[in-house]
Design a protein around this ligand. Sequence first.
Ligand code: ZN
Length: 161
Amino acid sequence: MTDNHNNANVLLIPKIENGIVIDHIPSGYGVKILEIAHRHEELSTIIISLGMNYLSKRLGRKDLLKFQIKELPPSFLQHLSLICPGVTIKRIENFAVEKKIVLDVPELVDKVLKCPNPSCITNFEKSINTCFHLLEREPLTYGCNYCERHFSRAELEAALP
Ligand SMILES: [Zn+2]
């Protein structure tokens, strides 16, 4: 990163040599994301640190998480993008931000959620993994690939395992 604006932002983040930082987490969501991380086996031995209530121009207060890992598992990113879209994911190499993306809502969510429709086949046949596709962004709506019902984000969140 060469431009000054970005360098100024990096100074707010506790330094790590290599890893992934999830930044711009709305205040209070850091703990929630940590909980999600605990459900993903691939992260069970990874060193994670949580910072809370940092000052942010954009959000007022923000949380951030540091992971001592090269790449976050795709299933975790999918899960995260559903719960907390808009966060910034930064890859740190040699103390510098090497890559930065803003997490968008997922187009597809597979295996992570339970279908809220009790008569959906995915709730009977354990061998069938759930899959939902994005239908609309405002308000955020997903469709089940099996029973074809539509669900809001709140309904899907309530059905998180
Ligand atoms: Zn369904």
